[in-house]
Design a protein around this ligand. Structure first.
Ligand code: NAD
Length: 497
């Protein structure tokens, strides 16, 4: 059994607590590794290392920081395949999908390479006689990131590259279910010349997270994960004086209008619902079929769903891999049976599915549920698996009202050929990321990612300009260089022009 190490102060550190978690290969069901759960002392050691590193990294020149980031980008490029293999081995997603995740994470490293541009301040000259005002942004200090299992490389890269580019030092607590990618990302950052202690990785569970939230030397916390934990992180972080951005779960709706190209919409629904076995916060989990499109659309989706190739992520023929754990697979399957009992039509039933030769793998077939009552658990909960619900709406207004009634507001999409309808949708829908004939509208690195309502707590979206704002604090400097001829004089009034 392989032990995974922490990465503290630029080197591997074996876990010293006696608590460990299992890391499985979801395609075989076998436990191949174990990950140590950090104690309070181990978290403190990582924070101390980050704090010491901030002394010099916080004032390192932009040229120094970007030279490391450019080198890091090249190393990530050279190691794409290897990182993707680590992801597939612990998460289960297919290799091509894992490569896509690495590429989307690298976008943020590329953005971070442009940090001199992003951190350019503002200057107003002569706001009053011989008075200038400059606005600059400075790093926060030691910041922490806590990440989910479903993007073990991309989500950490949503956080630390920009945080360190802005001059902070970082402690990452990755998901305990698939922690190796984060470790490798930190190792490569060291290889790129990142000074020891600037990026640390501590593994663990709630105990490690709680220590990060309470630690007096942590200034800010970025979190991505499920809604209940996001809420908890937000409240506890604020209680301890941290700046917090906490991205939560989702239930993303795709509205299909009667004028849409239904073959195109069916292709997109399949890709967005079942890619990565539905374990994406931007997965489409509900199709809202408007104005009588339902029967034809469901038929087209079902036809395609039955042809999907499900198998180990390492097999190039597989289009969808297993789920993350046996327990999660069984929970997802229970929603299909539950939906039938609660009035939905099970058009495609993926439960009880096995892959020959991989009977112990955490596989589940894809399921398609039609006419799902809005009261059914399958509609109300985030299932986070390969289960697509279809609901029917008579009109656009009924469809958008249904979407806006959701407690989540992460991503959403409209499929139509009508520009006017699409424009209305963009303005009226209550979600942070909107696709027009694009089912998974994950913003590119130089825009910010974030949802509304129960999909995000805290005022900042992640990466892009919001990321820079989150990882820096503003300072405004008002300067006067008096003319030697100025007499000055005393004035007790409030300064004005
Ligand atoms: P999770 O909330 O269970 O875990 C996320 C992180 O929190 C992990 O590092 C975990 O160790 C830690 N954690 C878990 N329970 C905790 C507790 N009680 N106290 C403190 N820390 C705790 O999420 P997950 O299952 O790893 O990931 C899937 C979820 O993440 C889904 O809900 C998905 O929608 C969401 N997600 C959201 C986004 C987004 O951008 N909004 C992106 C990816 C995933």
């Amino acid at each position: 059994m392989k032990n995974i190490d922490h990465w503290i102060g630029g080197k591997p550190v074996a876990g010293a607590s006696d608590r460990f978690g299992p890391v499985h290969n979801p395609a075989t069901g076998a436990q191949e590794k174990q990950v140590p759960f950090a104690s309070v002392d181990e978290v403190d050691a990582a924070v101390a290392s980050a704090k010491a590193a901030f002394e010099s990294w916080g004032t390192a020149s932009l040229a120094k920081r970007t030279s490391v980031l450019f080198k890091y980008r090249e190393l990530l490029d050279a190691h794409r395949d290897e990182i993707a293999e680590l992801i597939t081995a612990e998460h289960g997603k297919v290799h091509s999908d894992a490569l896509g995740e690495v590429a989307r994470g690298m976008e943020i490293v590329e953005l971070a390479c442009s940090v001199p541009q992003l951190l350019k301040g503002e200057l107003s000259t002569q706001v009053s006689t011989r008075v200038d005002v400059a606005a600059i942004r400075q790093p926060l200090g030691v910041v922490a990131g806590i990440t989910p299992f479903n993007f073990p490389a991309m989500v950490p890269m949503w956080m630390f590259p920009l945080a360190i580019a802005c001059g902070n030092t970082f402690v990452l607590k990755p998901s305990e279910k698939d922690p190796s990618a984060s470790y490798r990302l930190a190792e490569l950052a060291s290889e790129a010349g990142l000074p020891d202690g600037v990026l640390n990785v501590v593994h663990g569970d709630k105990a490690a997270v709680d220590r990060l939230l309470e630690h007096p030397d942590i200034t800010a916390v970025s979190f991505v994960g499920s809604t209940p934990i996001a809420k908890y992180i937000q409240i506890k972080g604020i209680e301890h004086g941290k700046r917090v951005q906490a991205l939560g779960g989702a239930k993303n709706h795709m509205l299909v209008l009667p004028d849409a190209d239904l073959d195109f919409a069916a292709d997109q629904a399949i890709s967005a619902a079942y890619g990565s076995a539905g374990e994406r916060c931007m997965a489409v989990s509900v199709v809202v079929a408007v104005g009588g499109t339902g029967d034809e659309l469901v038929e087209k989706i079902a036809e395609r769903a039955k042809g999907l190739k499900i198998g180990p992520g390492s097999d190039p023929a597989s289009e969808m891999g297993p789920l993350i754990t046996r327990e999660h697979r069984d929970k997802v399957a229970s929603y299909v049976a539950g939906a039938a009992a609660q009035g939905a039509e099970v058009v495609v039933d993926g439960t009880g599915f096995t892959v020959p030769g991989h009977e112990d793998g955490f596989f589940l077939g894809v399921s398609l549920l039609d006419k799902v009552p809005l009261t059914a658990d399958a509609y109300r909960d985030e299932i986070f698996g390969p289960v697509l619900c279809v609901v029917r709406a008579e009109t656009y207004d009924e469809g958008i009202a249904l979407i806006n009634a959701s407690r989540w507001g992460n991503g959403t999409a409209i499929f139509t050929r009508d520009g006017g309808a699409a424009r209305r949708f963009q303005l009226e829908v209550q979600a942070g990321m909107v696709g027009v004939n694009v089912p998974i509208p994950v913003p590119v690195g130089y825009h910010s990612f974030g949802g509304w309502k129960d999909s995000l707590f805290g005022g900042h979206h992640i990466y892009g300009n919001d990321g820079v704002a989150f990882y820096t604090q503003g300072k405004v400097i008002t300067t006067r260089w008096p003319d030697p001829a100025d007499s000055g004089g005393i004035n007790l009034g409030f300064p004005s022009h």
